[in-house]
Design a protein around this ligand. Structure first.
Ligand SMILES: [Zn+2]
Length: 282
């Protein structure tokens, strides 16, 4: 009887021990899974936060491997047009401009004849405010600040007058210019206003056709010489010296390099686009 009793006790102890073990294992698994989910929640729900790739790590210290290449205007234009801008996709559906379909079609053909192209826009709207409300793609943000502070070290003050612009904002601007030029939308398709429209297009893109839609394009101003046209300013001299070495060092190239064919608006010496330094080395 005693032996039996003993063995029953031992059995029940064994049973409670294994139950406790199972409970502890389950508890540990739960803690593990919880911790994993917690650690990975940023990856799962916010793939492009300010700490993602291309963020603050970028071009603050411009000491990098790979010598910068020298580009002529045509090579810069090709690079501009073929570079795969991260987090962008081509604007596929051409939303109405004025709402008058034949006027819109006519203006699109005038724009295309001037070298305008449909551009890309951000896939995810994870743009960063780089000051005064100017928004840039994450990867271009630090390179802009790096360019600005490199210029400041040389006594040159650079500021922005434009960065990211949505197609809707571009539409508002374009419609305002049409109105100012006295263009009657219902008569646009007749060709009557072609010269006026071309004058507007020399300065202003149609919605969907602006280089600012990508979030990688900036318009730079030279606050220390506000009355001087940009290509005559100390800022342009600094940016463009030695085949744009200061700009290229931080991944920027001119939007409208010299010696290229029509690219839409009249060349804008103040406009730069980020392609990253890696695209500019051997
Ligand atoms: Zn611009």
């Amino acid at each position: 009887v005693q032996v039996r009793e003993f063995s029953t006790k031992a059995k029940s102890r064994k049973k409670s021990q294994s139950l406790r073990l199972a409970f502890l294992t389950a508890l540990l698994l739960c803690m593990f899974a919880g911790g994993w989910l917690y650690l990975n929640k940023d990856v799962a729900y916010a793939p492009e936060t300010s700490t993602s790739i291309g963020g603050p790590q970028s071009d603050a210290a411009p000491i990098k491997a790979g010598a910068l290449k020298v580009f002529n205007g045509e090579q810069l234009r090709i690079l501009y047009d073929t570079f795969a801008y991260p987090n962008t996709q081509p604007i596929s559906d051409e939303a109405p401009i004025t709402g008058n379909e034949s006027a819109d079609t006519h203006m699109r053909s005038l724009a295309t004849a001037k070298g305008y192209k449909i551009r890309s826009a951000p896939v995810a709207m994870v743009l960063r405010d780089v000051g005064s409300g100017y928004l840039l793609q994450e990867r271009a943000s630090d390179p802009w600040l790096a360019l600005q502070s490199a210029a400041a070290k040389d006594g040159i003050s650079l500021s922005l007058t434009a960065a990211f612009r949505s197609a809707d904002e571009q539409r508002d601007i374009f419609l305002q210019r049409l109105k100012l030029a006295g263009i009657v939308v219902s008569e646009v398709s007749s060709g009557k206003y072609d010269s006026q429209i071309n004058r507007v297009l020399a300065m202003t893109a149609l919605p969907g056709y602006s280089r600012h839609h990508t979030g990688y394009t900036i318009d730079v101003a030279c606050p220390s010489q506000p009355a001087v046209i940009f290509e005559k300013s100390i800022c342009f001299k600094w940016l463009s010296a030695d085949n744009y070495v200061q700009a290229k060092e931080r991944g920027w190239i001119p939007s409208y390099p010299e010696g290229t064919g029509p690219q839409g608006p009249d060349p804008e010496a103040w406009e730069y686009v980020w392609v990253g330094r890696d695209a500019l080395t051997d």
